[in-house]
Ligand binder design. Structure first.
Ligand SMILES: *Cc1c(COP(=O)(O)O)cnc(C)c1O
Length: 387
């Protein structure tokens, strides 16, 4: 198959990048007060662990998402680590998640000494399937003393960690109900879904805690960073999160007393300054990204070369962090990746499934046929903001 026309279409959508000979997958955009706020950090010497931008970034994110509180971290990965600890995940527990995700989701489970259980994704969300999760639980779990256990391994199943793939929200109502029924804590990996809504409400606010990421390739960036989101029901966990992410130091003017094993997970002021400026631009960036998605949806509407555009699920408003297409088969996926990357248009396949990586090769898995089907076919297309 010759994909030249599609390559020209993508270059036409990003003429400024195409003129330089390379259309990136997702470039950061700095079009607001970034330099101003960074200069304020340097002029006042508040670049590190103390400074007003940290508090402001937390307040601004809470206001934007509708969270009751937000607590900032150095990365999305360590925010996930803290989120699982806050949900009560302990050494030897199991956590249900999807195999089709970025490695950080599974790594955070390992940091707690817990074991991932990989359950399939849905065809319409690319995220954890409530139906498959319900089937897996019915076949493998039992409730004893108000806790959920894996009947085969004997381990407690403490949490469920769905991920909103490429910004597309999973079926949250169904997962919330399922977790309640089975006494499992819901934690959302919303690292890719800042600005994405499920039935009008921001992702990350449906379970015990949710996590955002501000890595360099995400919709907005702080260089590196993450955020824990708490709804009104779980607001008391925010204090605990702040404590754990700041070395668990007991506040005092000069004493160094710490009352737990804490972490140095606090975001420096200079990164938060970048975040404050980026967040001011976020609504415009999401408008731009949704316009890009609409153009792709239109172009792929009549399935050129048998390629299907992956659109937002029903009842959701996606940020379209990364646009995705589904190639007819694995051979076409490889050919498409080769031709686009050979011709100055950066594309990449969806992640290798977690259960195929050496660290998780022995993990418990449900039927993963949909995840396997996606892994062989999905390719991400250039998705940068256009201004
Ligand atoms: C980006 C991302 C994270 C967090 O990554 P950091 O680089 O540590 O901020 C976690 N989960 C998923 C699915 C991600 O895409």
């Amino acid at each position: 198959m010759d994909y030249r026309q599609i390559i020209e279409q993508i270059k036409g959508m990003y003429p400024a990048y195409a003129a330089q000979g390379f259309v990136p997958l997702h470039a950061a955009t700095f079009s607001g007060n970034e330099k101003k706020y960074l200069n304020e950090c340097i002029d006042t010497t508040f670049v590190s662990s103390v400074g007003e931008f940290v508090n402001r970034f937390e307040r601004d994110i809470a206001a934007y998402t509708g969270a009751a509180r937000a607590v900032v971290c150095v990365s999305g990965t360590n925010a996930l680590h803290v989120a699982l600890m806050l949900a009560g995940v302990e050494r030897g527990d199991e956590v249900i998640t999807q195999p089709l995700t970025f490695i950080a989701t599974a790594n955070a489970i390992s940091y707690c000494g817990a074991h991932p259980v990989f359950v399939d994704v849905d065809r319409d969300t690319m995220g954890l399937s409530p139906k498959k999760t319900a089937e897996w639980l019915a076949g493998h779990a039992a409730i004893r003393d108000g806790q959920c256990y894996n009947r085969r391994t004997g381990r407690r199943i403490k949490a469920c960690l769905p991920m909103h793939t490429f910004g597309h929200p999973v079926h949250l109502d169904e997962l919330v109900a399922l977790c309640r029924e089975w006494h499992i804590e819901l934690v959302e990996d919303a690292a890719e879904s800042i600005g994405s809504l499920y039935k009008g409400r921001h992702t990350g606010l449906f379970g015990r805690v949710g996590v955002l990421s501000f890595n360099g390739n995400k919709t907005i960036t702080t260089g590196g960073g993450g955020m824990l989101l708490f709804n009104e029901e779980n607001i008391e966990l925010a204090e605990r999160a702040k404590h754990l992410t700041t070395q668990a130091k007991v506040p005092h003017r000069w004493e160094f007393v710490h009352d737990a094993v804490g972490y140095n997970y606090r975001m420096p002021n200079i990164n938060a300054a970048l975040g404050c400026a980026q967040l001011e631009c976020l609504p415009a960036y999401i408008d731009s990204k949704r316009a890009v998605a609409a153009e792709y949806a239109d172009y792929f509407g009549n399935r050129p070369a048998g390629i299907e555009f992956f659109g937002e699920p029903a009842d959701t408003r996606s940020n379209y962090w990364l646009n995705a297409v589904i190639l007819p088969d694995h051979e076409a996926q490889i050919e498409f990746l080769t031709q686009t990357n050979d011709n100055g248009v950066m594309t990449r396949p969806i992640w290798e499934l977690m259960n195929r990586l050496p660290m998780f090769a022995g993990a418990e898995c449900g039927d993963l046929s949909t995840a396997e089907w996606f892994a062989d076919r999905v390719v991400n297309l250039p998705s940068s903001v256009r201004l």
